[in-house]
Design a protein around this ligand. Structure first.
Ligand code: ADP
Ligand code: MG
Length: 683
């Protein structure tokens, strides 16, 4: 039987040296090699006449050697080999660098095929560093050739050869991994054909069919795995909160009326809390939609039922903001709330930890500081993590482990289209607050080109004069962190020393120590700083109601979803707020993007549009976003396929939640494209 897990060293042509290189790019087994899919293809099937060659293209010519190779040694370690070739339409010079072994490879009067990059300067045609075949040979030309990603010091030819040998070893004997009814219903390629064609396609139609099949399988496997994960009842042994403790007791005493969306979400949470199954719920809602109060009310229920809550925020400022709100709402009910930060003084810290252990504290708010080992709860029953994307799932699990199957609520302000949410948070139930509290002033958004800079500055000045504050956010545009810092610093200097000399302007960036950041943020909150220039570090939910202007520099560098997040930093107080998007570029897409930002304040609509216009690759900006990595699927290209697959997965799941029907049983021990479940869990 074919063992896909066998060491790649058993593939013909792979000696110890190559094994090492392959290992370095993550290829250890036959399976790894077979699923090292091409990143692109070159069509070398068609030959061109020399006269038709176009500057800059890559092409195949069939031509006769007209000279011997000449070698010019330019300097040490640098030699140039030249060969003159011709067909009936013209003559071309072939150039190689440092490939002395080619010296005797060509015979005058014989025909060869060359494939390489053409340069055509004033009719003088040159092809540099081409690969070639003798006539009749099909090593490098005459076919569609796969191009593999990152091969380090393996040549494309070597890796191709290795994969060809691997496929020969497999010899069309892979076991089918998709159920046959699925293959029939969706007219997919069989695994063997797909595997052959994805590497060495006979034509591009076949290649696309192969890719479709493999992408389908990869996405389906992942989607089913996520669904399984979600259905994995961690037993029915969660906490069963009492029906006698009514959330409405707090809700009715609030100084404002909750929105319909908040009430609906609270009902979902209440049901989870009262059921025996531990809650595992994602709460999505735009900035300012009132997620915090939802978590406060849930913590009320937990406390009144005798359980402790842990609230984990991504930064100290946010945690401090939260504790104020928790205290305001909960302390009148005799519920004790405390704040624990990394910087909490030792004596106070010890006191808090002691009380926590004794159960004298009901709600503990903090940051990563809550994850530390000596933070012990008496009976942790409810966990909230705010702004999910800043915490890994691991961390979520660490805090959960401090209780016994506590209910978990994950809150995020990133509006994620449903299609993607199913991937990112497939293991969670999803609740959405899709409505802002009433009487919020709409943030007025203006997209402006840099021509209007002076007017923008005057506008800011006018608001500062009235006592307001402003944010200026700069994108990360350089590959290199240092350069980024330089560019932000430069912009800040301009505001500080030229435009707003008479105001206090300060800089906040990711490279600063957390403590410095917190200090600057606090001063801004206290109104001591008028303009805060920063990178996107301020993106997370800081609340400075007096700041009413958000200026985004070079906003064309941001995803719409991210711009929307940034915009949510203002409009938190009683003042009319403004978002000014400075942008460069006049492409229709750039304009369309700016128009969307001006026209809508709905995060979900913006997220969908962003996905449409930019694709998932950039959807979350440059930040690492926790989407699983795929071997072949590309969420940007394959969003339609993803939708199809999700509908298939839902159908399968509703028919056969445990995947135990004969027709769904996996044919082979493993799905061919494994999307390791652990991968999904750990992200
Ligand atoms: P989020 O965390 O979703 O960004 P917050 O919970 O910080 O939003 O809410 C923003 C502000 O709106 C807070 O001051 C909160 O007290 C207030 N708020 C929440 N819900 C309502 C409501 N239904 N009506 C009026 N104000 C509300
Ligand atoms: Mg919040």
């Amino acid at each position: 039987m074919l063992d896909l897990k066998q060491n790649v060293q058993y593939v013909k042509g792979i000696g110890p040296k190559r094994v090492k290189v392959l290992n370095s790019i993550g290829i250890y087994t036959l399976y790894d090699l077979l699923t090292y899919f091409p990143r692109d293809y070159e069509d070398r099937t068609k030959t061109k006449k020399i006269i038709d060659l176009v500057n800059g293209e890559e092409a195949v010519i069939e031509a006769t050697a007209m000279s011997n190779i000449t070698v010019a040694v330019v300097r040490k370690n640098m030699s140039i080999l030249k060969l003159t070739v011709g067909d009936e339409t013209g003559v071309a010079t072939i150039t190689w660098f440092n490939q002395l072994y080619l010296k005797g490879a060509f015979k005058i009067g014989e025909k060869y095929k060359f494939y390489g990059k053409v340069s055509n300067a004033f009719g003088k045609i040159d092809i540099s560093n081409p690969v070639f075949d003798r006539v009749g040979e099909k090593k490098n030309t005459g076919k569609i050739v796969p191009i593999y990603p990152l091969t380090y010091n393996l040549s494309e030819y070597t890796i191709r050869q290795a994969i060809e040998n691997a496929l020969n070893m497999v010899n069309h004997k892979l076991e089918e991994t998709l159920p046959s009814y699925i293959i029939n219903d969706y007219k997919l390629d069989g695994i063997n054909n797909a595997m052959q064609q994805i590497h060495f396609p006979t034509d591009f139609t076949a290649c696309n069919r192969a890719r479709n099949r493999l992408v389908f399988e990869e996405l389906l496997t992942m989607q089913l795995a996520l669904m399984q994960l979600k259905n994995q009842t961690i037993g029915e042994n969660g906490i069963c909160y009492s029906k006698d403790v009514k959330m409405s007791d707090v809700i009715n005493e609030l100084p404002f009326k909750l929105t319909k969306a908040q009430l609906k979400v609270l009902e979902e949470i209440d049901n989870d809390m009262e059921s025996t199954k531990p809650m595992s719920r994602l709460l999505q809602g735009d900035v300012g939609s009132g997620k915090t109060i939802v978590s406060i009310i849930a913590a009320y229920k937990a406390a009144k039922c005798g359980y402790q809550s842990a609230i984990m925020a991504p930064t100290a400022i946010l945690a401090s903001q939260h504790i104020e709100e928790f205290k305001k709402v909960l302390e009148p009910y005799g519920i004790k709330c405390e704040l624990l930060l990394g910087g909490t003084r030792k004596k106070l810290r010890e006191e808090i930890l002691q009380k926590l252990k004794n159960g004298e504290i009901d709600v503990l708010v903090g940051t990563h500081s809550l994850l530390v080992e000596d933070v012990e709860f008496k009976n942790l029953g409810f966990v909230v993590t705010d702004e999910q994307h800043r915490f890994g799932v691991r961390q979520r699990e660490n805090i959960i482990a401090k209780g016994k199957n506590p209910d978990v609520l994950v809150m995020t302000a990133t509006p994620i289209p449903r299609t993607l949410a199913l991937i990112l948070y497939g293991d969670l139930d999803i609740s959405i607050i899709d409505e802002l509290p009433p009487n919020r002033k709409k943030i007025e958004t203006y997209a402006v080109t840099y021509r209007l800079e002076d007017r923008v500055n005057n506008f800011i000045r006018k608001n500062l004069a009235e006592g307001r504050q402003a944010y200026v956010v700069c994108p990360l545009v350089e590959e290199n962190e240092e350069l980024n810092m330089k560019s932000v610093t430069k912009i800040c200097e301009k505001y500080k020393n030229e435009i707003f000399k008479d105001y206090r302007v300060e800089l906040l960036h990711g490279k600063m120590k957390q403590k410095e950041k917190d200090e600057i943020m606090q001063e801004f909150k206290d109104g001591k700083i008028n303009i805060l220039v920063s990178t996107t570090v301020i993106e997370v939910g800081v609340n400075v109601p007096n700041a009413n202007i958000m200026v985004v520099e070079n906003s064309e560098h941001f995803g719409l979803a991210q711009l929307h997040q940034l915009r949510g930093r203002v409009g938190r107080g009683e003042y009319q707020s403004y978002c000014i998007l400075k942008y460069k570029g006049s492409s229709p897409v750039a304009k369309e993007r700016m128009k969307i930002m001006q026209d809508t304040n709905n995060g979900f609509i913006i997220a969908e549009k962003d996905l449409e216009l930019r694709g998932t690759g950039e959807f979350f900006g440059t930040r690492q976003h926790g989407l699983p990595e795929f071997k072949i699927a590309n969420l940007f290209k394959d969003i339609e396929m993803l939708k199809l697959v999700q509908s298939v997965a839902i159908k399968i799941e509703s028919e056969d939640p445990k995947l135990e029907l004969d027709k769904n049983k996996e044919r082979s021990e493993e799905r061919f494209i494994r999307n390791a479940e652990t991968d999904i869990v750990c992200r």
